[in-house]
Ligand binder design. Structure first.
Ligand code: FAD
Length: 323
């Protein structure tokens, strides 16, 4: 059954995140011969339209406005609502990011439509869309069969495959202007203060070296950073390490932190509490380094090293540097 599917581009630091391309690939499948739309909301974003076309967007709606330079909930909701009404989209996909988590339910309520969060798989069963999403901190999965005429879904990064881009396509762009008067916005951004830890995009990293309370201090993260550098990895942390002040909360992985699905997750000095597992247990390969052989992290680990991280991690780095 043909459907019109719209993908909201996920932009960070003036770049499209991969989850946009993963969502467009899923959108092609869901459209089943219908139209795939891309939506670019922001300031100076029109230059990204071709990239959306390369991954399957038949038409790209561009809303440029100074107010959209940062995420302002009311402004983004108005802009996206306008694009959805213009496109007639029946399925709307966006990243399961802080923005998507805020925007999807807001828009679903406005359209009185259904919403599924944090999808990791998309299938068609006959005419019906089936979204798979993890529950119970990743211990089980539910399949959600969509019966509503319209649905919003947020897509967990790094789970759906992205198609090979067709760089011969160029975008069919529709520019949409929206009126965003200041008195219609209940919040606005006065200043953006970037955290120093914000360099690596943990949600999209292919390899993560993560530290827990076992690193014992901020300095204890140094060997982990060296291992990460040798692997081209990002550094993450447990809440235990963040609460202890060893690192910034921007690094926190887990139920109340970031959800990650890298190809390789190396947990160093992390016990493996259920709230931490909620953020990383779907990683493709998990390596745990812990001096306690009974630590619960070993139950989810593919490879375990029982030992002192301050001995094991530098040895790993040394060996990797020889390669
Ligand atoms: P610990 O549990 O103290 O474990 C430290 C580990 O390091 C131990 O296993 C120890 O054997 C090992 N170790 C010590 N020294 C060494 C060494 N030299 N070499 C090797 N191993 C060593 N936690 C999260 O991580 N993310 C979340 O999002 C999150 N959300 C939460 C939400 C709620 C509502 C609640 C109640 C809790 C949440 N937590 C979260 C906290 C969680 O329950 C745990 O307290 C936390 O994950 C523990 O962090 P940790 O594993 O670093 O510390």
């Amino acid at each position: 059954m043909e459907r019109n599917v719209l993908v909201l581009a996920d932009i960070r630091n003036d770049k499209l995140r991969n989850v946009t391309f993963e969502s467009l690939t899923a959108a092609r499948k869901l459209a089943d011969g219908g139209t795939v739309y891309g939506a670019l909301l922001g300031k100076n974003v029109s230059g990204m339209a071709d990239a959306l076309a390369h991954y399957g967007a038949d038409q790209v709606f561009v809303v440029e406005n100074d107010v959209l330079a940062n995420y302002v909930p009311d402004a983004f909701a108005i802009a996206l609502e306008t694009v959805i009404r213009e496109s007639g989209a029946e399925v709307v996909l966006m990243a399961h990011s802080a923005i998507g988590r805020d925007l999807a339910p807001k828009l679903a309520a406005r359209f009185e439509a259904g919403q599924v969060s944090d999808i990791v798989d998309v299938q068609m069963e006959g005419d019906k869309i089936v979204f798979t999403r993890p529950i119970y901190a990743g211990k089980a999965f539910t399949k959600n069969v969509i019966t509503d005429d319209m649905v919003f879904a947020t897509v967990r990064p790094n789970n759906l495959p992205a198609a090979e881009p067709d760089t011969s396509c160029s975008a069919n762009v529709t520019t949409v202007s929206v009126d965003l008067p200041a008195d219609s916005l209940r919040t606005f951004i006065k200043e953006v203060v970037k955290k120093s830890a914000g360099g690596a995009d943990l949600s999209e990293a292919k390899i993560i070296v993560s530290g827990g309370r076992g690193v014992k201090s901020a300095d204890g993260f140094k060997p982990l950073q060296e291992l990460a550098d040798a692997l081209g990895a990002a550094v993450g942390a447990s809440r235990g390490a963040c609460d202890a002040g060893y690192c910034d909360y921007a690094l926190q992985i887990g139920q109340t932190g970031k959800v990650v699905t890298p190809d390789l997750y190396i947990a160093c000095g992390i016990s493996g509490a259920i709230q931490h597992l909620a953020g990383m247990s779907n990683s493709k390969v998990i390596v745990a380094i812990n001096k306690d052989p009974e630590a619960p992290i070993f139950k989810v680990a593919d490879y375990g090293i029982v030992g002192d991280l301050f001995e094991v991690v530098p040895l790993l780095t040394e060996e990797l540097k020889k390669l």
